[in-house]
Design a protein. Structure first.
Length: 726
C-alpha cells in the first residue's frame, strides 16, 4: 500500500480497532465447453493456483471450474456473476482480491461503440455458445469485467487480475504437437490487449484501490497450453504455459519480489523455456493502475531489463552518462546478490549503453576503475539493472525569497529552509536555495510562501501566483508539509527538464506516428468579464460559461501557443501499416505541478485512438471546493512519447508518473489540518518505489507542445488576429 494508507492505518489504529485486512481469491477454469471446442489445461491450472494461494496468504477462496475439485461450482456465466456479487458484498477497504481466469478468449462486435477497433474482448464461460446472428451468447465482456473491477477498487480494495486466455485468433499453427491455442473463432483484426475496461485511479477517487493485470499473451498472439507429459496414471497433463511459469515463480522465487519483478521473472522464464516455440509465439503483458512495484511478498525494487547488451532505461528513467547501476542475472534477486556495477556511457530517451566498473564505485566520476577482460565477464550474464547513483541533475533550484508586500520574511524563510533540508535528506529530493538560475521563484506575502515559474508573480492581486502555502505554526508539521510540496514541484520540474532534453536531443523531430492534436479555441468576446462574474456572485459557474461560449474554427495545436478559459483539446494518435505494436504515452504537466499520463498500446496493422478522454476543457477561472474562484495560469506542457513494443519485455507505460496538482490556494484560506495535509503530501511524494519508469530496449520518439495558460484579463484582451467565430 502507498504511504498514505500506511500512515492513515497507524493513525486510525490509535483511535479504533478495525478488522484485519483480508485476501480474497476467485479462480475460474473452463475446459469442457458445452458448445465450443474443449481445452485440456484450465482445470489443472486452477489446481496449480490453489496450491500456491496459502503461500500468498489468500484465505477466502471461491473456485468455479469443471474439474473435480472439492467445493468447485460450475463455471457458467450466471455463477461467475453471482460470485462476483458475493465478493463485492464481502470486501472492505484495505482488503485485496485476486481474480484468475483460464479458458477460451475471443472477440465479439462492440455493441456500445466504446472500442476503438469495433470489438469487445471476451472470456468464455462453460455455457457460451454461438447465436443465430453469428455472435457468441453468454460471453463475459471486457466491459462487464471492467465494471466489476471498478466496483472493487472504488471500495478501497486492490485487485490482481490474471488471465490465461486469448483475446484474438491469429490462425497461427502450433509449432509443436504438444501445444494448443486457447482461442475460438471469430478471428478479426488484432485487438487491444486490455480485457479490463476500467476507470483510472484518479477518476475513481483518492482512496480507490489499485489494479495489476497479468495477461498471458499480447492482443495479436495466441495463449498456449502444453502437454507436460504423462501423469502418475499415464494420462497427459496439460497446463497453460503462462500459468506454470507464474506458479513456479510464486512458489520458488525470492521472497519480497514486487509484482513488476514477478512479471519480469515470468517473461524471462518463458523466453528461456525449452518448450518448442514458447519464446517466439507468446509474450505476457502487464497493465497497471498503481501497485506495480508493490510487493506481493513485502519488498520490491525498481529495475530495468538489459536486452542484447543495451539497458532499457535512459533519460526518461532519470539516467544520464555517469549513472551507476548494479546488475543481476535474475529479476527476483536480492540487492546483495548483484553481479557487479556498470556505468552509463551514452543515454537517449529510453535506452543506455554502459561499461563495467569496480563494485566500489558509487558515483559516476572519472575515478571509477573500468573493468576489462575476465573481470568484466559478468556483463554477459546481466539481465537486469538497479540504480545505485542516477547522475542526472534533479536538484530543484529556488530563488532567494522575494518580499512581495514589504513584510518581514525571516519566519517564512526559516520554515522554507527546514523543509528543503527535510526533502533533501528524507525524500531524495535535493533542493537548492538562493539559486542564481532558479527553476522556481519564491515570493513572500500575507504570511504565505508563493511559488511561480518563469511567468513570475502578479503584483496587482492578493493571489500573486497559482501555488500559495501558509504555515500553521507547528514547525515540525510545517516542515513536513512544505517538503511534500517541494517534492511534487521537483517531480514536475524534472519531468519538464527531461522533456526539453529529449526534444533537443532528437532535433525537434516528432514521433513515428501521426498526431491529431486539435485546439478548439473559445471566442474571447463570448467569455464573461470579471465584472459580470462579480455581479453573478455564487451563481457563476464556469461550466455554464463554457457551454454558452462561441467557438472559433479548430486548428492544429502549435508547438508553442497560448490557451485560455474554455479552450478545448482533442488528442488522438493515428497509425497505419504497423508491423509491430507501439507503446504511446501522452504526458501533461499543468501549472499546479499536476501530472496526467495517458497510455495506450497500438497493435498492428492500423489504429486510431483518442488518448485523452473526454476531450479536456481548460479552466483559468476555477471553482474552489469551499466556494469562490481562483485564477490558474502559467506554463504547461504536453509530451507524446512513442516506442516500438519489444517481445518478452514490459511495455513502455509511464502511468506511474502521475501526480495530483497541489491544492488550490486563495488569499485568506484558513490553515489546513497539519496531520491530514502531511498524510496527503506524503501520499503523493513517491517515497516508496512507486514511480516506475518501464521501457523497452528501443529508441523512443518525442513530440513536445508548450503553452501558457492565460488569466482571464489577458485572454479577454486578445481580440485581434483571430478567425471568425462559429
Amino acid at each position: 500500500m502507498m504511504i498514505f494508507r500506511v500512515l492513515l492505518a497507524i493513525v486510525l489504529a490509535a483511535l479504533t480497532s478495525p478488522a484485519l485486512a483480508e485476501r480474497y481469491a476467485v479462480l475460474i477454469g473452463v475446459a469442457d465447453y458445452e458448445a465450443m471446442d474443449d481445452l485440456n489445461g484450465p482445470g489443472n491450472d486452477v489446481e496449480l493456483m490453489l496450491s500456491v494461494l496459502p503461500h500468498l496468504q489468500y484465505s477466502n477462496v471461491q473456485v468455479l471450474t469443471d474439474a473435480p475439485i472439492d467445493g468447485a461450482r460450475r463455471p457458467s456465466l450466471e455463477n461467475i456473476e453471482n460470485v462476483f456479487e458475493v465478493t463485492l458484498t464481502a470486501i472492505k477497504p484495505g482488503d485485496s482480491v485476486m481474480i484468475y481466469m483460464s479458458g477460451h478468449g475471443t472477440r465479439v462486435s462492440d455493441e456500445n461503440a466504446d472500442e476503438g477497433d469495433g470489438f469487445d474482448e471476451t472470456f468464455l464461460p462453460i455455457d457460451a455458445h454461438y447465436n443465430n446472428r453469428g455472435g457468441i451468447a453468454n460471453a463475459l465482456l471486457d466491459d462487464d469485467i471492467g465494471t466489476f473491477l471498478d466496483a472493487i477498487r472504488s471500495r478501497g480494495v486492490d485487485v490482481w487480475l490474471i488471465m490465461d486466455s486469448c483475446f484474438s485468433a491469429s490462425g497461427a499453427r502450433a509449432p509443436d504437437p504438444r501445444l494448443r491455442g486457447k482461442d475460438v473463432p471469430p478471428a478479426g483484426e488484432p485487438a487491444r490487449v486490455s480485457m479490463t475496461e476500467t476507470t483510472s485511479t484518479s477518476e475513481l477517487g483518492e482512496d480507490a484501490g489499485y489494479l495489476v493485470a497479468f495477461y498471458a499473451a499480447q492482443a495479436y498472439e495466441r495463449a498456449w497450453e502444453y502437454n507436460f507429459g504423462p501423469g502418475p496414471d499415464g494420462a497427459p497433463v496439460w497446463h497453460g504455459i503462462f500459468t506454470t511459469k507464474l506458479v513456479d515463480r510464486l512458489k520458488h522465487g525470492s521472497a519480497g519480489v514486487s509484482y513488476q519483478q514477478l512479471y519480469e521473472g515470468v517473461l524471462m522464464d518463458m523466453a528461456d523455456s525449452g518448450i518448442v516455440g514458447d519464446g517466439t509465439i507468446q509474450t505476457p503483458y502487464i497493465e497497471t493502475a498503481g501497485l506495480v512495484d508493490e510487493a506481493e511478498l513485502p519488498g520490491g525494487v525498481r529495475q530495468f531489463p538489459i536486452v542484447d547488451g543495451v539497458l532499457s532505461a535512459g533519460l526518461v528513467q532519470g539516467l544520464a552518462p555517469g549513472s551507476i547501476l548494479a546488475v543481476f542475472d535474475d529479476p527476483g534477486a536480492f540487492n546483495d546478490q548483484s553481479l557487479g556495477h556498470v556505468r552509463v556511457r551514452v543515454a537517449d530517451a529510453v535506452t543506455s549503453t554502459f561499461e563495467p566498473v569496480s563494485a566500489t564505485c558509487v558515483t559516476g566520476d572519472d575515478t571509477c576503475a573500468v573493468l576489462i577482460g575476465d573481470a568484466a565477464g559478468f556483463t554477459a550474464r546481466s539481465r537486469y539493472a538497479r540504480i545505485v547513483a542516477p547522475s542526472l541533475d534533479t536538484v530543484l533550484r529556488l530563488s532567494a525569497p522575494i518580499p512581495l508586500d514589504g513584510s518581514s520574511p525571516e519566519a517564512l524563510t526559516a520554515v522554507l529552509t527546514a523543509a528543503a533540508t527535510f526533502a533533501s535528506s528524507n525524500l531524495s529530493t535535493p533542493i537548492g536555495l538562493d539559486s542564481g538560475s532558479p527553476d522556481l521563484m519564491v515570493g513572500l506575502s500575507n504570511g504565505r510562501i508563493w511559488f511561480a515559474g518563469s511567468e513570475g508573480f502578479r503584483r496587482d492581486t492578493e493571489q500573486p501566483s497559482n501555488i500559495g502555502w501558509r504555515p500553521s505554526g507547528d514547525d515540525r508539521e510545517d516542515a513536513l508539509e512544505l517538503a511534500g510540496i517541494l517534492h511534487r514541484a521537483a517531480k514536475a520540474q524534472n519531468l519538464i527538464k527531461i522533456a526539453n532534453a529529449l526534444y533537443e536531443q532528437q532535433g525537434g523531430g516528432g514521433p513515428q506516428l501521426a498526431l491529431d492534436i486539435i485546439l478548439r479555441p473559445s471566442d474571447p468576446a463570448s467569455l464573461w468579464t470579471a465584472e459580470a462574474i462579480a455581479g453573478a456572485g455564487n451563481s457563476y459557474k464556469p461550466q455554464q460559461e463554457c457551454a454558452e461560449a462561441r467557438y472559433l474554427d479548430p486548428v492544429p495545436l502549435a508547438v508553442r501557443s497560448t490557451l485560455k478559459q474554455c479552450d478545448r483539446l482533442q488528442v488522438r494518435v493515428v497509425a497505419t501499416g504497423l508491423t509491430v505494436a507501439k507503446d504511446v504515452n501522452v504526458i501533461y504537466v499543468d501549472a499546479n505541478f499536476g501530472i496526467k499520463v495517458f497510455y495506450r498500446r497500438l497493435n498492428p496493422p492500423d489504429a486510431r485512438v483518442t488518448m485523452w478522454e473526454p476531450d479536456p476543457m481548460f479552466c483559468s477561472e476555477c471553482p474552489l471546493t469551499d466556494g469562490g474562484f481562483r485564477s490558474v495560469y502559467g506554463p504547461e506542457m504536453l509530451m507524446v512519447i512513442s516506442a516500438d513494443a519489444v517481445a518478452h519485455q514490459r511495455p513502455l507505460d509511464l502511468s506511474d508518473l502521475r501526480q495530483l496538482g497541489l491544492p488550490r490556494a486563495k488569499a485568506g484560506d484558513p490553515p489546513p489540518n497539519p496531520l491530514l495535509t502531511t498524510l496527503l503530501t506524503l501520499s503523493a511524494s513517491g517515497t516508496k518505489a512507486r514511480d516506475v519508469f518501464p521501457a523497452p530496449a528501443t529508441p523512443a520518439s518525442v513530440a513536445l507542445f508548450r503553452w501558457d495558460l492565460l488569466v482571464r484579463e489577458s485572454a479577454t484582451s486578445q481580440l485581434h488576429d483571430l478567425p471568425d467565430a462559429q
